[in-house]
Design a protein around this ligand. Sequence first.
Ligand SMILES: Nc1ncnc2c1ncn2[C@@H]1O[C@H](COP(=O)(O)OP(=O)(O)OP(=O)(O)O)[C@@H](O)[C@H]1O
Ligand SMILES: O=C(O)C(=O)C[C@H](O)[C@H](O)CO
Length: 322
Amino acid sequence: MPHPTAVSPEHPSADVVCLGETMAVLSPPDDRPLADQAALRLSVGGAESNVACGLAALGHRAAWLSRVGDDAFGRRIRAELAARGVEVGAVAVDPTQPTGVYFKDPGPDATRPLYYRSGSAAAHMGPELAGAPELREPRIVHVSGITAALSGSCARLLEEIVVRRTPWGAARRRPLVSFDVNHRPALWNGRTADAAAALRDLARAADLVFVGRDEAEALWGTAHPDDIASLLAPAPLVVVKDAEHGATSYAAGEATFAPAPAVEVVEPVGAGDAFAAGYLSGVLADLDEPSRLRLGHLTAATALRSRDDIPDLSEALALTRR
Ligand SMILES: Nc1ncnc2c1ncn2[C@@H]1O[C@H](COP(=O)(O)OP(=O)(O)OP(=O)(O)O)[C@@H](O)[C@H]1O
Ligand SMILES: O=C(O)C(=O)C[C@H](O)[C@H](O)CO
């Protein structure tokens, strides 16, 4: 498999800008329920910055655009993402609102996070952020449906970027806008019909959509990958992920399927983000569809074997260099 693109020194901007909320994550060190734990591990997680970390680990210039509180969690998040090679210089520090936090609870609820993020610094992002100079030049801007659920102002920000494309005005060179549906029911407070409409409209307006077959079924009652791709037209590139079965991409009317490798899953959180990082790395390197999907599966497998939302992708990187 060819190597990913190298950093281009003459290009002042990151290859990819990922925009969204990142939280402090408190997780039990073993499989016992949260209620039985005496001590928790502190780490960092946010769907879009997980993607940025994956891309940085794969050798790309990735920047994260967001807002954190002026608190210990905000400092930890910026320091950790920077240590992972992500550019964090444009992240705003809000002196009045806290950084969001979430807890993991092992067992049947492992994929249902306990969020403490309502009114967070990131939830106060708004449409004015669409004017950030960092958004103008990258090759890819990556966002997700999580932001649509954080607040009205965050929903308007997504609309400026994905639907109106405000950051680029009449500029000829526009980045590819990548949108991961990332339906998080806990953030929509039972408003599934609102989530279905909002996430469908954003996906239709994006250049590249990542969606899980399970979330498409929950949102739109559509389970077959072909039907999901049709529902999201005119989005020109749609990737439908189907967990252990594989993933199908739809580009210019052509479907490409790549089976997922067998993996012993330790924890599924972050697999979709790692998949997106692998696939986007393939886009930056101009790989063909089967190779993009294979790279996505490889990076997702690394995330599935890790308890952290941000996996160490050095193993996946070593495999691509063979
Ligand atoms: N059991 C599994 N075995 C092998 N690979 C898997 C498994 N589950 C997930 N994957 C990998 O992770 C990718 C993403 O998984 P999934 O289809 O669950 O997407 P998702 O629901 O959007 O993810 P997320 O919940 O992280 O947002 C898959 O395309 C595949 O590469
Ligand atoms: O759930 C969220 O909003 C997060 O961003 C936390 C996790 O890192 C993310 O869901 C993983 O995809």
